[in-house]
Design a protein around this ligand. Structure first.
Ligand SMILES: [Zn+2]
Length: 167
């Protein structure tokens, strides 16, 4: 999933669900949603080294240790975990690494009787590099660009008053 989507989707949900949230915190901490993809730059660890609940919880606890602020802790945990959930919608993630050393893939689909089919598959970790090399573009997909355009439109609509004031 595109980095921009990893920031925008959870940030917008946060701003819509908690309109009174501290905007500076909500927007600043949203950058944390990018952190799990740093394992992309470490050979053969993408989608597991930092894509698991132990990493997201651990990093949030470290942030809490330095800030002693429960709100910041919960927001950090939310942004980091949102990354795993969003990645799950487009592929496999090793959610419980290193306890469970396999990639987990959840697919939800409608079957012919209009009933939701939920299937959970697992793949060995080594498959990741080949899994992604077979895809044309990992960071920028057509769906991503369309969704991004849609999100930008929603932001403009939501903040049209303050945008107009700037002019
Ligand atoms: Zn990711």
């Amino acid at each position: 999933m595109e980095p921009i989507m990893h920031i925008l989707i959870p940030m917008l949900i946060m701003l819509v669900v908690f309109p009174k949230v501290n905007k500076k915190l909500a927007i600043g901490l949203a950058l944390l949603a990018l952190v799990p993809d740093l394992d992309f730059f470490i050979d053969f660890t993408h989608r597991f080294l930092m894509h698991n609940i132990f990493f997201t919880t651990g990093l949030s606890l470290i942030i809490y240790f330095f800030t002693k602020d429960m709100k910041i802790f919960l927001m950090s945990l939310y942004y980091l975990t949102s990354h795993l959930i969003l990645d799950l919608t487009v592929g496999a993630v090793a959610l419980f690494y290193p306890l469970y050393q396999r990639l987990i893939e959840v697919t939800v689909s409608l079957n012919s009787k209009w009933i939701l089919d939920l299937s959970i598959q697992t793949h060995p970790l080594m498959e990741t590099s080949s899994y992604f090399s077979g895809k044309p573009s990992y960071f920028f997909t057509k769906v991503g660009v369309i969704t991004l355009a849609f999100l930008v439109m929603m932001i403009i609509i939501k903040y049209r008053k303050s945008i107009l004031k700037l002019n």
